[in-house]
Write a protein of this length. Structure first.
Length: 272
């Protein structure tokens, strides 16, 4: 399957975007889907080493011809979703295929060695999903926030791309937290807990999780957190962390089995 992608036309725009990043000659940078290399050529001027991962064989031939003479360039002909991420410290700077934004970020979040920073050109609607809000938080923001602080740095004019996209595009920055708020060993369990909560057609937290927590446990939860009547989107990220901590500590192994692998089961159901 070939992924449709909107390519940046202007090297000057890339230079402007790079100027607000922290990328320097000390960095190993990963570029996802370089296309014809408009971003690639500017990254090669400022970074210590660039790894470009491109799926399209026709584009690989073009990129090899154009950039293989650069000593700091490495080209990988592979689907990024099956690519093993670097073991050393690295950053990502990419104009990613918009249709697989969620797949790319989920892969990164589940990786044992996450990039220190990501600079992504993505749809505005998608970027907003990964940003925490004081009033409304969706599943993607809650799943991302144990590891990353996310900020939209600015808008990008649609005319800067070919073909011209039909949606608003922004430049977003993901910065790895100094200390993760969820242990990597607990993250799969955390994901199942959160994804379960956001994918039940029920009015509030109490109704959603009443098969998981006992009535007495919910009384204590509501006394401590006062979230029983909230919808999942109404919980702050810190309330989700506290709620998950209660789940980890007090829910029985048998009850936890109801949530084990929930995200995978849901994904298979949606693919049918």
């Amino acid at each position: 399957m070939t992924l449709s992608q909107n390519f940046i036309k202007s090297p000057n725009l890339v230079k402007q975007l790079l100027s607000v990043s922290s990328i320097s000659s000390d960095d190993l940078v990963l570029e996802i889907g370089p296309g014809k290399g408009i971003i690639t050529q500017e990254l090669l001027k400022i970074t210590g080493k660039l790894i470009a991962v491109e799926k399209d064989r026709n584009l690989i031939n073009f990129l090899q011809t154009k950039y293989n003479s650069f000593p700091n360039f490495k080209l990988i002909n592979q689907d990024f979703l099956s690519y093993n991420l670097p073991k050393n410290n690295y950053k990502i700077f990419s104009n990613i295929p918009f249709s697989i934004t969620a797949d790319i970020l989920n892969k990164i979040l589940k990786s044992p060695n996450k990039p220190q920073e990501l600079y992504l050109i993505i749809q505005l609607e998608a970027a907003k999903k990964y940003c925490l809000s004081p009033d409304f938080n969706n599943q993607d923001a809650v799943l991302t926030s144990p590891y990353y602080d996310v900020k939209i740095l600015g808008d990008i004019d649609r005319s800067a791309f070919t073909p011209k996209p039909q949606v608003d595009i922004v430049f977003a920055k993901f910065i790895l937290k100094t200390k993760s708020l969820i242990n990597d060993s607990d993250y799969s369990e955390f994901r199942d807990f959160i994804v379960y909560g956001f994918n039940q057609w029920k009015p509030n937290i109490f109704e959603i999780y009443k098969k998981i927590f006992s009535y007495d446990q919910f009384k204590k939860i509501n006394h401590q957190l006062q979230i029983n009547s909230f919808k999942p989107s109404q919980l702050s990220f810190n309330q989700w962390l506290d709620f998950f901590a209660v789940y980890q500590k007090f829910v029985s192994i048998e009850k936890k089995k109801l949530l084990n692998g929930f995200e995978k089961k849901l994904s298979k159901k949606h693919k049918k």
